[in-house]
Design a protein around this ligand. Structure first.
Ligand SMILES: Cc1cc2nc3c(=O)[nH]c(=O)nc-3n(C[C@H](O)[C@H](O)[C@H](O)COP(=O)(O)OP(=O)(O)OC[C@H]3O[C@@H](n4cnc5c(N)ncnc54)[C@H](O)[C@@H]3O)c2cc1C
Length: 539
C-alpha cells in the first residue's frame, strides 16, 4: 500500500496543473494517467489571461509562451469562403485589446499537444517519480479518513491510500461515475472531426495571421486552427448530429481540407483524425466526501470561446490551496466545501455561455442549403468574453462580505469591471519595490497577502503577528506614497476602493477574501476573527 496525501487521477492539462500547484504548495501528490504520453491532438489552444496568471504563479509562464505563439501571430479571427477564396469578415478579438491594464499575464495561444509536455516536465521535476503515465485507476472507495484506490500498470495492481483524491479524468470520468454523480445539460450538441495536418498554408495566411480561419461553404462548416502558423494545423469539420455516419478516412479528410483551402492540388498530410461530440454538461456535485471533480470531469462544454481547459486549470487553482491548508492544519476541513460552492456556479455559467456561443455560430445546423453567413451570426460576445475570463465571483464561507453591492454589469460575458469587493479576483496594478515594477498578484506566492494603504501599518503589523501565532502563511505590506510598495499615484487604493488606512486580504488563488475600506481601532482582533472565520477555525 502506497500512502500519499493527494491522489490525482488524469494527466491532462487539469491533472498536471493540479500536480504542479500542489508541489508549489508543499504537498506531496501522486498522479496517475492511463495513456503512455501526453495529448496527441491539439484540442485546446487558447490559454486565457486568468489561466496565464495561474501559470505565472507556478513559474511556468515563460515556458508556456515559448511553446506557443505570441498574440501578434494570431491577431485576427477570419471568416472566409476558402483560404484562397473571398474573405467574408475579419475581427480583432476585443478581449486581447483590453488585456494590458487588466493583467500582467496576457493570453497565449499554445496548442494542448504543445502545452501538456511543458506541464508534464514541470510536474515531474517538482515531484520526481510521482507523475506516473501508463497507470490507470481501476476502482476506489472512501471512508471517514481517506480514499483507497486500486491502480494498474504494466507490473500489476497496487493499492494507494490518500487523504484526498482529485478526479481530473476527463468527460467520461470514471471517478464521477463511481461516485454516481449525474451530469445535467445537453449530452450532444453537434458532431465534429478534429484533424491534425501537416501542410504549408503560409501563402494564404501569412499576411493575415489569425487564431481561427472559419470556412463557410454550402454543405461545409470547417475551421483551420492555427498551431505554429506555418505547417502544423488543426482542422475541425463541424457536423449536425443527424446525418450520414460515413467514416472520415485520411483520403476523405484530405479532400475536405483541399476544398476548404480552395486549393485542389494542396500538398497535405493527415497526421491524425479524432471524431468527437460536443456536449454541454455540468456535474450535479463537484465533491463527494474526500473526492473532488475538476476540469472536464466536472463540466464539459463546446469549445467555442475556448473555456474548457481554462476553467479546469482554474478549478484546481481554487481547490489545491484549500487542500494544502487543511493538510497542513491551518484550516478546518469545512474549507473544502467551499470548492464546490465557488466553482460550480462558475462552471455552470461558462458551460451555458459556451453553448450559446456555439449555437450562435450555427453549430449542429445542417449547411447544405446555406450560404456563407456565419460571421454575421456569431454573437457579438464571441471572442469578446472578458467577463467570462475574469468574472468568477465567489460567495462562500471562504469569503467575508463587506456589505458593498457587486459592480453593476449589464453583460457578464463581455464586461469586466475590476473590483476588490470580497469574492472577486483582485484588481491588477503595477507597484514599485526598490525601483523595480511588481505586479500586485505576483506578491501572492501561494500565501495569503494583506495589502494596506500607506497609513495602514497597524493592519500590516497585525497580519505579520497573526501569521506567526496562527501558523497561516501570510505576507503583509503597505502600499502607497512612501510605503513598503511604492504607488505614488495611489492607483492600488483607487482600484480597491480603500482609504489610506484601509486593507485588503488576498487568498492564494488571487481572490479577495476580505476588505476593510478604512482603519479599525483593534486591527489585530478584527483580523484574527476574519482569518478564523475564513479558515473554518471559528473558535
Ligand atoms: C476541438 C477542441 C478544441 C478545444 N479548444 C479549447 C480551447 O481553445 N481552450 C480551452 O480552454 N479548452 C478547449 N477545449 C477543451 C479542452 O480540450 C478540455 O477542456 C481539456 O482537455 C480538459 O482537460 P482535463 O484535464 O479536464 O481532461 P482531459 O484532457 O480529457 O484529460 C483527462 C485525462 O485523464 C485520463 N484518464 C481518464 N480516466 C483515467 C483513469 N481511470 N486512470 C488514469 N487516467 C485516466 C485520460 O487518459 C486523460 O489523459 C477544446 C476541445 C476540443 C475537442
Amino acid at each position: 500500500m502506497i500512502e500519499v496525501p493527494v491522489l490525482i487521477v488524469g494527466g491532462g492539462p487539469v491533472g498536471l496543473s493540479a500536480s504542479i500547484l500542489l508541489s508549489r504548495l508543499g504537498v506531496a501528490s501522486r498522479l496517475v494517467e492511463r495513456h503512455s504520453g501526453t495529448a496527441f491532438h491539439p484540442k485546446a489552444r487558447s490559454i486565457n489571461m486568468r489561466t496565464m496568471e495561474v501559470f505565472r504563479q507556478c513559474g511556468i509562464e515563460e515556458a508556456v509562451r515559448a511553446a506557443g505563439l505570441s498574440p501578434e501571430r494570431t491577431g485576427f479571427i477570419i471568416w472566409t469562403e476558402s483560404l484562397a477564396g473571398r474573405e467574408i469578415e475579419r475581427r480583432v478579438p476585443k478581449r486581447s485589446v483590453a488585456e494590458a491594464p487588466i493583467t500582467a499575464a496576457p493570453h497565449c495561444l499554445c496548442a494542448q499537444d504543445d502545452l501538456e509536455p511543458v506541464l508534464r516536465r514541470h510536474a515531474e521535476s517538482l515531484a520526481p517519480g510521482a507523475v506516473t503515465f501508463e497507470t490507470e485507476l481501476t476502482e476506489f472507495d472512501q471512508d471517514a479518513d481517506g480514499v483507497t484506490a486500486t491502480i494498474r500498470d504494466a507490473r500489476g495492481e497496487t493499492k494507494i491510500r490518500a487523504r484526498y483524491m482529485i478526479g481530473a479524468d476527463g468527460p467520461r470520468s470514471r471517478v464521477r461515475q463511481t461516485l454516481g454523480i449525474p451530469m445535467n445539460g445537453t449530452p450532444a450538441v453537434y458532431r465534429s472531426v478534429n484533424v491534425l495536418l501537416n501542410v504549408d498554408l503560409t501563402p494564404w495566411v501569412s499576411h493575415r495571421p489569425a487564431a481561427l480561419y472559419f470556412v463557410q461553404q454550402p454543405g461545409l462548416q470547417a475551421v483551420f486552427l492555427t498551431i505554429n502558423g506555418i505547417n502544423r494545423w488543426g482542422f475541425l469539420i463541424n457536423l449536425p448530429l443527424a446525418g450520414p455516419d460515413e467514416p472520415y478516412t485520411p483520403e476523405r479528410c484530405q479532400a475536405i481540407v483541399r476544398r476548404a483551402a480552395g486549393v485542389p492540388d494542396l500538398d497535405v498530410r493527415i497526421l491524425g483524425i479524432d471524431p468527437w461530440v460536443a456536449a454541454s454538461l455540468v456535474a450535479e456535485r463537484f465533491q463527494s466526501g474526500r473526492v473532488f471533480l475538476a476540469g472536464d470531469a466536472a463540466h464539459t462544454m463546446p469549445p467555442t470561446g475556448g473555456f474548457g481547459q481554462n476553467s479546469g486549470v482554474q478549478d484546481v487553482h481554487n481547490l489545491t490551496w484549500k487542500i494544502a491548508a487543511v493538510l497542513k492544519g491551518w484550516a478546518a476541513p469545512a474549507l473544502l466545501d467551499t470548492y464546490q460552492e465557488e466553482r460550480r456556479p462558475y462552471g455552470k455559467f461558462v458551460t451555458e455561455q459556451s453553448l450559446r456561443s456555439a449555437i450562435s455560430m450555427r453549430r449542429g445546423v445542417a449547411t447544405d442549403n446555406d450560404g456563407p453567413s456565419a460571421a454575421a451570426d456569431a454573437r457579438p460576445e464571441f471572442q469578446n468574453e472578458i467577463g467570462m475570463v475574469f468574472g468568477a465571483r465567489y460567495a462562500s464561507a471562504a469569503v467575508i462580505p463587506d456589505g458593498t453591492p457587486p459592480p453593476t454589469i449589464e453583460n457578464p460575458v463581455a464586461q469586466y469591471t475590476p473590483s476588490a469587493r470580497p469574492g472577486e479576483r483582485a484588481p491588477h496594478v503595477w507597484l514599485e519595490c526598490n525601483g523595480r515594477p511588481v505586479a500586485v498578484l505576483d506578491l501572492v506566492d501561494f500565501r495569503f497577502v494583506l495589502l494596506a494603504g500607506e497609513r495602514g501599518s497597524p493592519w500590516r503589523d497585525a497580519a505579520r503577528a497573526l501569521s506567526t501565532s496562527l501558523g497561516v502563511p501570510l505576507s503583509a505590506y503597505t502600499v502607497g506614497a512612501g510605503a513598503d510598495l511604492e504607488d505614488p499615484e495611489r492607483r492600488w487604493a483607487t482600484a480597491c476602493e480603500v482609504e489610506v488606512d484601509g486593507a485588503v486580504l488576498l487568498r492564494p488563488d488571487y481572490h479577495v477574501a476580505w476588505r476593510s475600506r478604512r482603519g479599525a481601532t483593534e486591527p489585530k482582533q478584527v483580523l484574527e476573527r476574519v482569518l478564523r472565520n475564513l479558515l473554518g477555525n471559528r473558535a
